[in-house]
Design a protein around this ligand. Structure first.
Ligand SMILES: [Fe+2]
Length: 505
């Protein structure tokens, strides 16, 4: 079957029949009143309360330090935000309509604006005042998928700027174009009619020439889909890798010559699950599969089986000569963060019970021996949201930044920043305290200063009910922020963001 035929089959099946098959059984729908009772006992649940607003404005006051004179631009973040609609509450953290939060750095001043990602689904549900459609882990009232993958699209995972466009990304359907000035949603992004509406993942990878690679996964028919988009936004190629059982693949990697997909044994097979997540089953006795694909010939795939584990996010990958690949990531023993904890945070029942371990891992693939070495670093505790310096993209990167939870936490979230120096093996860290929950922090290069960077990110102080924005000097993380600002608004804890420097910075 050629690519075009298969792609058409994908589109036809996904829009016509694949999604509704799992909408036949009763599935969880959260209860806002019950959550509010839990919030009274567990004030840290404020991070999962969400907002009913479609726009948010807040003033930030600088409470310590200063905004560096050469740090100018916008931090854009995305994440599920409207966790309840009327009496209904989304059952899973990943389900709520997305909201873009923009923080603008100017002359010793930071401003904020947030706006709902106006996908068809988000607008329809906001107007209806209840949860109409089913999603990742929630079943809506109308027992419908919304007609297609994009009918369920909440646009709530991440943001990238590519070819002059700011895109809000989801995992199961199209990106949405966001106006960076007004945060207005300007419509769905499609590169070609025959890829319109296909799954397009939330973590595209930028190649050395500025082109973009991305991955999507389809459940029915079972397939992985690769995209290559030029620096000026033209779709160069797509390639479909048929699968016997679709793995859930949230992120992937590229090197100068290869694409690396790591497919955990969390695969779709259940034809009539209660929600999307119920289509998938963790198969602990099966291997994690490593697919190494030649960028110059996408049909040239090397497959290596390794120990079973789950992964959301990778740092960076790079070729080591012609027969090895280095990379780093957060290894989860299994997907229970997603399948248990992210439900429990949303219904307020999370009580500090152990989820799967998630460890920072430095890894090396040997293509000759077809082996993968995993060097785990349990000393950093639970980790996630690995970030690297874009200037080190596809090369053996020195720094890896991550959020960490040392252990024994009574709140669901991370409160330590860890910066690993992969050259020396040393790490620096900073604890934000027991009352703050960190969101993803980014490595932002200092303009015109090679190897120096800031660390920038937000945190919720659930005791004070504020959202904080901090800037750290990458060379002195353990000294704490060089600038900390706060606003009297508790933003919902979100997922991923991107920093876009002002022109000239
Ligand atoms: Fe992600």
């Amino acid at each position: 079957m050629d690519r075009r035929t298969f792609t058409k089959m994908l589109i036809g099946l996904m829009t016509a029949s694949a999604l509704p098959t799992y909408l036949q059984a009763k599935t969880p729908l959260g209860d806002q009143a019950s959550f509010l009772r839990s919030l009274e006992k567990k004030p840290w649940l404020l991070g999962y309360l969400g907002t009913r607003e479609t726009e948010l404005h807040a003033n930030l006051r600088i409470v310590s330090g200063y905004v560096p004179s050469d740090l100018r631009g916008h931090l854009f973040r995305n994440g599920p935000a409207q966790h309840n609609l009327g009496p209904d509450r989304f059952a899973h953290w990943f389900d709520a309509p997305g909201m873009v939060q923009r923080f603008t750095f100017s002359d010793n001043k930071i401003t904020h604006y947030g706006r709902l990602v106006e996908t068809a689904r988000n607008v329809a549900e906001t107007n209806a005042g209840h949860i109409k459609f089913s999603g990742f882990g929630t079943h809506g009232h109308d027992l419908t998928s919304g007609g297609s993958a994009d009918g369920q699209n909440t646009g709530n995972i991440s943001l990238i700027k590519h070819a002059g466009e700011l895109l809000a990304l989801w995992e199961g359907g199209s990106p949405h174009i966001i106006n960076p000035e007004t945060l207005e949603t300007e419509g769905r992004k499609s590169w070609l009619s025959d890829t319109q509406g296909l799954p397009f993942g939330a973590h595209p990878r930028v190649d050395q020439d500025g082109s973009l690679w991305n991955l999507g996964y389809s459940v029915n028919p079972a397939a992985l889909i690769l995209y290559h988009i030029s620096v000026d936004g033209q779709l160069l190629k797509t390639h479909v890798l048929p699968q016997t059982a679709t793995p859930m693949v949230h992120d992937f990697m590229i090197t100068a010559t290869k694409i690396v997909i790591i497919a955990p044994p969390y695969t779709a097979s259940n034809p009539a699950g209660d929600a999307f997540v119920d289509l998938f089953k963790w198969r602990a006795a099966e291997p994690t599969k490593v697919l190494i694909i030649d960028k110059a010939d996408l049909t040239n795939v090397t497959l290596i089986d390794i120990e079973p584990f789950w992964v959301f996010h990778f740092g960076n990958a790079y070729d080591i000569g012609t027969s090895e690949i280095g990379f780093d990531f957060a290894l989860h023993d299994d997907p229970s963060f997603m399948t248990k904890d992210a439900f429990a945070a949303m219904d307020g029942s999370w009580d500090g019970g152990a989820s799967a371990a998630s460890r920072y891992v430095q890894a090396r693939i040997n293509l000759k021996s077809k082996t993968v070495r995993l060097d785990k670093a349990p000393e950093f505790g639970q980790v996630e949201f690995i970030q690297t310096d874009a200037r080190e993209n596809l090369s053996s990167h020195r720094h890896a930044l991550m959020l960490a939870q040392p252990g024994g936490a009574s709140v669901f979230g991370f409160n330590r920043l860890v910066l690993v120096d992969r050259n020396t093996g040393n790490a620096s860290s900073f604890d934000v305290g027991e009352t703050e929950i960190l969101e993803e922090h980014l490595i932002v290069p200092k303009p015109r200063i090679e190897n120096e960077f800031w660390i920038i990110g937000t945190a919720l102080d659930w005791q004070k009910g504020t959202t904080n924005l901090s800037v750290y000097d990458g060379s002195h993380l353990s000294d704490g922020p060089i600038m900390k600002a706060e606003m009297d608004l508790a933003l919902p804890l979100g997922l991923h963001g991107t920093f876009i420097p002002a022109v000239g910075y």
